[in-house]
Design a protein around this ligand. Structure first.
Ligand code: IPM
Ligand code: MN
Length: 353
């Protein structure tokens, strides 16, 4: 298969993990006889420096013309510490989501048995947890009307029935392939927007009689995620709640550095690690490339290359088993491997097996 892949390395550790992700994709292409054509484009602070725009038109064009976007991370402390800066790297990510119509963010929360001791939760609570968060990504407070004055400000949490319906259908599609259990997370006891979510979800759930649907308030859900994560199969929720809950959910697995995600919708899908740009570690060869590498697996699976995705997952599992790991997840006393070495080991494993 010939695939056109837009590579957006971004900021901080982005470029170095991106290189490992591409290295692993190249190993897959070689082994399975595919041809992957990469076009690298600017995003985030790197794009601001070069063009003044965190998501330049050229980058949008490259994304639109590709089969998938392989994204790394954006963010730079230079902008975080300046509340007056007119343009921020994160705006590049938001612009990309909006302009590509990426309304569904899919974040699988998967645990690795050999890393359970790294979880802040007791192993017996987290062992076997395996769920997926479906976060609405182009609506709600992130994109609703905003107003800022010196002494007052607001962000409107606006949702339409159509936006709620389409994200729910994504959640049910995943549930049908999994344990057939959807948890709709809202705050319907307080928020009007959540009451619309709940109303629409009750209607849609009727069409999926073989899927169990339950409803949970977001405060309760945030508690349940740490008390009993195995309860969940598919969580579906609005943009802001999804942002918060997925950070919480991602750390219970032991390291954020392991989790990939997908954002899909109307145009080219984007695959990226859940973690951010970790600027303090940039260029030091210590960042964990596994989330980026697994984003490649998710990307190939999404494009129908199941055995190729599986080959990446198998190689990652083996790297963890053999303790070829970066410092964030290394076993006590075992030597640390660098970003580059972990990527190389995984690529070599794929070529050899
Ligand atoms: C995420 C990030 C972004 C978000 C930021 C960087 C704008 O936290 O992808 O979860 O809030 O959506
Ligand atoms: Mn977030």
């Amino acid at each position: 298969m010939n695939l056109k892949i837009a590579v957006l390395p971004g900021d901080g550790i982005g470029p170095e993990i991106s290189r490992q992700g591409v290295k692993v994709l190249d190993a897959v292409a070689e082994k399975f006889g595919h041809k992957f054509d990469y076009s690298t484009a600017l995003v985030g602070a790197a794009a601001i420096e070069a063009t003044g725009n965190p998501f330049p038109k050229d980058t949008l064009q490259v994304c639109r013309e590709s089969d998938a976007v392989f994204f790394s991370s954006v963010g730079d402390p230079k902008y975080d510490n300046n509340p007056d800066s007119k343009v921020r790297p994160e705006q590049g990510l938001l612009a990309m989501r909006k302009q590509l119509g990426l309304f569904a963010n899919i974040r699988p929360i998967d645990t690795f048995d050999c890393l359970l001791h790294k979880s802040p939760l007791k192993s017996e609570i987290v062992k076997g947890a395996d769920f997926i968060c479906i976060r609405e990504l182009t609506g709600g407070m992130y994109f609703g009307e905003k107003h800022e004055e010196d002494d007052k400000a607001y962000d409107i949490n606006f949702y339409t029935r159509k936006e709620i319906e389409r994200i729910l259908r994504v959640a049910y599609k995943y549930a049908l392939q999994r344990k057939k259990h959807v948890t709709v997370v809202d705050k319907a006891n307080v928020l009007a927007s959540s009451r619309l979510w709940r109303k629409v979800a009750m209607e849609i759930s009727m069409e999926y009689a073989n899927v169990t649907t339950d409803f949970m308030f977001v405060d309760n859900a945030s508690m349940k995620i740490i008390q009993d994560p195995r309860f969940f199969d598919v969580i579906v929720t609005e943009n802001t709640f999804g942002d918060i809950l997925t950070d919480e959910a991602s750390v219970i697995t032991g390291s954020m550095g392991l989790l990939p995600s997908a954002s899909t919708g109307e145009s080219t899908p984007v695959f990226e690690p859940i973690h951010g740009s970790w600027p303090q570690a940039a260029g030091q060869n210590i960042a964990n490339p596994v989330a980026q590498i697994l984003s490649g697996a998710m990307m190939l699976e999404y494009l129908g290359l199941d055995k190729e995705g599986k080959a990446i997952r198998e190689a990652v599992d083996q790297s963890l088993e053999h303790e070829v790991r970066t410092p964030d997840i290394q076993a006590t006393g075992a030597p640390y491997y660098g970003t580059e070495e972990v990527g190389q080991w995984i690529a070599d494993y794929i070529r050899k097996h």
